[in-house]
Design a protein around this ligand. Structure first.
Ligand SMILES: Cc1cc2nc3c(=O)[nH]c(=O)nc-3n(C[C@H](O)[C@H](O)[C@H](O)COP(=O)(O)OP(=O)(O)OC[C@H]3O[C@@H](n4cnc5c(N)ncnc54)[C@H](O)[C@@H]3O)c2cc1C
Length: 338
């Protein structure tokens, strides 16, 4: 790792001032990803601004007027996983956070850092491979090792988006709030936060280098809504998901009025499986409908030579997550190891 200057800030004002003085600085929250990137020499900052002690950008609150959830960007994954109201009202988010990484990492890692972390493609993470994400002209995974890589939209870059938090948050139609070094604030739906490789292969989101992510807001589901998250991994102890799915069902009189199904670990950005959502709309969930939704979720997949298995896993995981949201999944099918 190269030498760098380290600035620890404790207030939003000090964070903005530090970034105004050092616009090329790298921001560190929990540091789980950014320190890896520095050790791997993928980023080599002269200055690191550590925001992990900015209390104003942490915390979990339920807005009294709207019942919406407001999550500080510095909230840890463990805090999210353990929060009773999150578990009760936004179970897909609680389930995703409880299943991410390891207990130690969940204590360190923050929500903002989880949404902004860089992909785990082994070619991107190796200094010696000048892939497109690093300004090169090739995607080495396309003709190389890609068993865990993208099965959708994988023509420019085959990495998958690594954020478990993004999957349920997109399904709940969350928004993000940002502030730049001059103090100017902006907010966006999370659906407009992520950037596909065809738009800009060297970044995964619209956050500018001179901006902080400060909060995530999540609308309150109604009493009749139901939601769930599941993933498939190779092993029980820590592992990255092979595929992950969040389902939110808005229901009226026992029928699905509106469905949101979000897929993770299958494309360079998390995205909605709209064909599967349409299958559910206006119908009552049962085993056959869930199976059809699973099949529909794989439409448009373009697997590579060695990751066709992810298509099969995805169909099965969507089927199970729809049933779980509808409270119809047999307990033995909750097993997420393949
Ligand atoms: C062994 C292992 C297993 C893992 N398994 C999973 C998993 O199953 N699911 C999963 O989702 N993740 C997993 N992760 C990744 C881990 O969850 C992320 O690295 C972590 O969430 C990043 O959060 P952080 O606070 O440490 O971010 P940092 O490392 O501090 O930052 C990450 C990036 O976000 C930027 N950033 C952070 N906060 C802000 C902010 N507020 N404003 C602007 N920019 C910001 C940083 O500049 C940096 O680019 C795993 C990691 C490891 C090491």
């Amino acid at each position: 790792m190269d030498r760098f200057a380290y600035i620890q800030v404790e207030t939003p004002a000090a964070a903005l001032a530090a970034l105004a003085r050092h616009p090329q600085a790298v921001i560190k929250a929990g540091g789980v990803d950014v320190l890896d990137l520095m050790k791997e020499r993928i980023v080599t900052p002269a200055v690191v601004i550590d925001i992990s002690r900015v209390a104003d950008w942490g915390g979990i609150a339920v807005e009294p007027q709207t019942g919406a959830l407001r999550l500080g960007a510095l909230t840890s994954l463990a805090q999210l996983a353990q929060h009773t109201e999150v578990q009760h009202r936004w179970p897909a988010l609680g389930q995703a956070m409880a299943n991410a990484a390891t207990p130690q990492i969940r204590n360190m890692a923050t929500l903002g850092g989880n949404l902004c972390q860089r992909p785990r493609c082994w070619y991107f993470r190796q200094e010696t491979y000048p892939c497109r994400k690093k300004g090169g002209s090739r995607c080495f995974a396309q003709a190389g090792e890609h068993r865990d890589h993208a099965i959708f939209a994988n023509y420019t870059c085959t990495s998958t988006h690594p954020s478990a938090a993004a999957v349920p948050l997109l399904a709940y139609d969350a928004g993000v709030e940002m502030v730049d070094r001059t103090g100017t604030q902006r907010s966006l739906p999370l659906a407009r936060f992520f950037v596909a490789p065809e738009r800009d292969v060297e970044r995964e989101n619209v956050l500018r280098p001179t901006e902080f992510l400060t909060a995530v807001t999540v609308p309150r589901p109604s009493e009749a809504d139901a939601s769930a998250y599941l993933n498939f991994k190779h092993k029980w102890s820590f592992d990255w998901p092979l595929v992950e799915v969040a389902v939110v069902l808005r229901r009226e009189a026992g029928l699905v009025k509106d469905a949101r199904i979000v897929l993770g670990a299958v494309a360079p950005v998390p995205f909605r499986a709209q064909a599967a959502e349409h299958i559910l709309e206006g119908r009552a969930v049962d085993a056959e409908l869930a199976r059809q939704a699973g099949q529909a979720a794989t439409r448009g997949a373009t697997p590579l030579a060695h990751n066709e298995h992810k298509v099969t896993l995805l169909a099965e995981l969507v089927r199970r997550t729809v049933l779980k949201a509808a409270d119809q999944l047999p307990a033995e099918d909750e097993v997420m190891v393949v």
